[in-house]
Design a protein around this ligand. Sequence first.
Ligand code: 5GP
Length: 204
Amino acid sequence: MSGTLIIITAPSGAGKTTLVRGLLERDPQVNLSISYTTRDPRPGEVDGRDYHFVDVASFRALRDRGEFLEWAEVHGNYYATSKVWIKEQIAADKDILLEIDWQGAQQVRKAFTEAVGVFVLPPSLEVLEERLRGRGTDNDDVIGRRLLGARGEMRHVGEFDYVILNNELQSAVDDLVAVVRAARLRYVNQHTRHLQYFDFLEQD
Ligand code: 5GP
């Protein structure tokens, strides 16, 4: 494959969604995978654009038919990546971005060892707490649980190739754009992209 598979993972409150939106605006070659989820749509979310929203029975049926590249339970809901869509994109040499949690990232890495993993960290735990509080109505208990959960997720940062601290949005988007560009230039990708050229170089 010459297309690049990029995984982006972050705890909630790290600002990943805004960051991804920034990347997609700057780099139209990147195609974002639309996941399946059993959670309810949030206000403003559109089925087929933000997620494929399905009920638990449909999710299980799809999963049992082997339709998913990976799946995980996150915060009490199911999430999964479509296998067919990924295969189509890979066949068309497209760059793919998966916005998934660390459990999904582990599964994808097993199937695609050349996938590039990016972990987005909030600038500090204090800032994370402020952001989670800033969301509004949650009580201390809920926020405490979220913080603990986020710390647990952040412990997986070492499994990723790149780490972006999302301190200032524009600079974090620049970082992500740079990672994607660099990933495209890796030997494995360039070799597949310019096969004849490389074959020629390897001849005696
Ligand atoms: P949210 O419900 O806030 O959109 O997402 C909650 C969490 O689920 C986030 O960490 C997000 O990255 C993760 N997630 C979204 N889609 C997928 C997916 O297809 N697979 C996995 N494993 N996690 C996902």
